[in-house]
Design a binder for this molecule. Sequence first.
Ligand code: CDP
Length: 219
Amino acid sequence: MQNVIAIDGPAASGKSSVARLLAGRLGWNFVNSGALYRAYAWACLKAGVPPEEESQVAEAAVSWDVTCGIEDGRSWVAVAGARLESELDAGATNAAVSLVARVPQVRALVVGQLRGFAEQGGLVMEGRDIGTVVFPGTPWKFYIDASAEVRQQRRAAQGLDDRVSERDRVDSSRKAAPLSVAEGALVIDSSEMSVEEVVDRVLGHVGGALGTPAREENV
Ligand code: CDP
């Protein structure tokens, strides 16, 4: 397995921006694991399966042709061979994704796909359970948080229709792999930090271990 930096945290905490910039600085691949759950949610809606019907989702999910890969250092996802882009952030997908992601059969399919990325080079992966379930063995685990108010503002500033507190409630209370701080993870509250500051903090933590000089930790 290649080097993996796991970044978890609640909705709109800034972890995607942090993970993308971090991967760019390191020259590693960036994977947004939420995009895979979003692809399953989109496939669920397309198949006409009600996302709240757990047993129907569990039974049908294996037949949804969800694939993923790396191109130009970033992950892509496709359903039935067609890449998804704006569909992933659509209001209907936002409303369905946490319901679909709580189904253990969906999680098992996604976790298998996510682990495959570690064979393809150094990896920065962000999500909800990367440090706890997907790569519990990695020494580099981070939990990026921000106040509920800041997170709602950040999502609204992106112009997206997304009830982040409702997704957080479902993500934190589900039985399968609930959002939680992984053992040994460094918690960073990004409420009053820029993306660059958070990335510097992460690099300051892992830099020495990567063979590059550890940077000054600035928080
Ligand atoms: O960008 P944001 O954090 O708002 O969401 P995302 O990373 O695109 O994840 C969308 C949803 O997928 C989350 O609300 C979770 O329900 C689910 N998810 C998960 O269960 N486990 C992951 N590792 C990543 C996402």
